[in-house]
Design a protein around this ligand. Structure first.
Ligand SMILES: Nc1ncnc2c1ncn2[C@@H]1O[C@H](COP(=O)(O)OP(=O)(O)OP(=O)(O)O)[C@@H](O)[C@H]1O
Ligand SMILES: [Mg+2]
Length: 503
């Protein structure tokens, strides 16, 4: 092994139809080192990792991968995995119909003779889950778990496989703060055992917390390779986008207009209780709370995906009886959901089509879709959000994770709703595009749209909202104006529980 490098990838090229995804990319990892891989959406991070693991092959004549001192080539993820290279991708790859234990040991189930040794399977699984502080049980069906726990199960699988190189592609995007801390503890653990870790993230605070080295890519090329403790955030940003960033957060500070949404005493057993709040035109109201506090469920109820046990919802002063998402869109509500793959996008369709899908009723005249208008809309949001795609007709499923998210954002902005609910709109999105989205939110507010923003990123909630409503355990616990909001106050409000409330 040269200089302690357990993995060295050099001069990797990868061409997709119309896109040069990688152009002389390289990456080196030492034993026990955490290397953060950074770059804008579409920079080629996931593609490079897919080549490492044999999902894709590098272009002919390019590329060399040296692993544990030898030149290697993996023709499938199974081969890579058997060699000790384990990848955990952005999009989860668990088998929903199997149990947690079966997923973790899939392909290597412990046997007693010809039969699966269920006791050993469950015991082993329990140990891995405990090490990660994951509350799921070995026998739980994966489908019944919240996304955050499913992700922990994926990570548990990597650990159980005895990885020598562990690649985590945006692993914390749906984890709570506590789960993230648990994950970081296990990363440090694996580090101590000499595992090399490649950590892909758009969250700069995490990169500074966990990495030893930072590698930056832009347009498929390496643009930076730093020791983490010798650099600042600006160094990374500059390598990522090729210039410094001016403003990051945007907030529309105009006087809000008339009330758009009024929610009165909304309750749904097991999720939330007696929820009342208002949102006015031109106002951005942030909802902050721990994952599981009930924020998403409230929004799903307003949007007609869930049915409340009691309570009322008013739009522009008129009581609504929304029974489906179709009703909601007709009433002028847009809802960007947390889970883009399940509810936001048609992966097999093109970018342009996905962008105009929700706005289809307004774009259809006498039964015909106004094609020209759909191009105008797509082009507008492509430029605004910096969507990177070889063409407007490229299947959304082939875009990078962050670019898929940008398409969803464009789709909901395009319906020009009265009320726009954004649930974690910047998940997986690079810093530059985040700033663009904040700017767009501010300009939508300026146009008089009422906006609800759910986010688990505290700086984002604080930087963008005119007012922040806090929640804990299905109940509203407070409200803070932009002037009043501080990190301490937010933290205090989301920790309020039944037992602390009376105190
Ligand atoms: N299967 C594919 N077919 C066509 N193009 C692809 C395919 N996979 C990736 N690409 C393109 O390759 C480029 C790099 O994508 P990649 O997913 O590696 O980006 P990324 O750096 O992981 O971005 P993100 O931060 O958004 O996840 C993008 O332009 C993407 O559209
Ligand atoms: Mg990616």
């Amino acid at each position: 092994m040269s200089d302690g490098y357990v993995l060295e990838m050099t001069n990797i090229n990868k061409t997709f139809p119309g896109v040069k995804a990688l152009d002389g990319a390289y990456l080196r990892v030492k034993e026990g080192e955490v290397v953060a891989l950074c770059g804008e959406n579409g920079a080629g991070k996931s593609t490079l990792m897919k080549i490492l693991s044999g999902v894709y092959q590098a272009d002919k004549g390019s590329g060399e991968i040296r692993y544990r001192g030898e030149q290697v080539h993996f023709s499938s993820p199974v081969e890579a995995k058997n060699a000790g290279i384990v990848l955990i991708f952005q999009e989860l790859s668990l088998v929903q119909e199997l149990s947690v234990a079966e997923n973790i040991y899939l392909g290597s189930l412990p046997k007693k003779g010809f039969r699966v040794d269920w006791k050993k399977l469950n015991d082993d699984t329990k140990k891995v889950l405990e090490a990660l502080e994951c509350p799921a049980k070995p026998e739980d069906m994966v489908a019944s778990l919240p996304i955050a726990q499913q992700q922990m199960v994926e990570i548990a699988r990597g650990i159980a496989l005895g990885a020598r190189i562990l690649v985590l592609d945006e692993p914390t995007s749906s984890l709570t703060e506590r789960e993230k801390e648990a994950l970081f503890r296990s990363i440090r653990n694996m580090k101590a055992q000499g595992v090399g870790i490649i950590y892909i993230s758009h969250k700069m605070d995490e990169i500074f917390e966990i990495s030893d080295r930072v590698m930056v890519m832009r347009d498929g090329r390496p643009t930076g390779d730093f020791a983490t403790k010798e650099i600042t955030l600006d160094d990374i940003l500059f390598s990522m986008i090729g210039r410094s960033m001016d403003q990051y957060f945007y907030r529309y500070e105009g006087e809000p207009g008339a009330e758009v949404l009024r929610v009165e005493g909304l309750s749904l057993k097991g999720y939330f209780k007696n929820i009342s709040f208002r949102v006015r035109a031109g106002e951005v109201v942030g909802f902050y709370g721990l994952v599981g506090a009930g924020r998403t469920e409230i929004m799903e109820t307003i949007f007609g995906i869930r049915k409340a046990d009691s309570g009322k919802v008013f739009l522009n002063g008129t009581e609504q009886h929304i029974r489906s998402s179709g009703d909601a869109v007709r009433a002028g509500i847009g809802f960007l959901t947390e889970n883009r793959k399940e509810q936001g996008l048609v992966l097999g369709e093109g970018c342009r089509k996905n962008t105009y899908l929700a706005a289809l009723p307004e774009l259809t005249k006498r039964g015909f879709v106004q094609e020209k208008e759909t191009h105008r809309i797509y082009d507008y949001y492509r430029d605004k959000l910096g969507i990177k795609s070889p063409s407007s007709e490229q299947e959304v499923g082939n875009l990078s994770g962050g670019n898929q998210q940008k398409v969803v954002v464009g789709k909901w902005m395009a319906i020009k709703p009265k009320l726009l609910i954004l649930d974690e709109p910047t998940r997986g999105i690079d810093v530059n595009a985040k700033a663009e989205i904040y700017k767009l939110i501010a300009s939508l507010a300026e146009e008089g749209i009422a906006i609800i923003l759910i986010s688990s990123e505290m700086p984002e909630i604080m930087g963008v909202s005119n007012r922040v409503i806090t929640m804990a355990q299905g109940m509203l616990t407070g409200e803070l104006s932009a002037d009043e909001v501080t990190e301490e106050r937010l933290m205090r409000n989301i920790m309020i529980t039944d037992s602390t409330k009376s105190a």
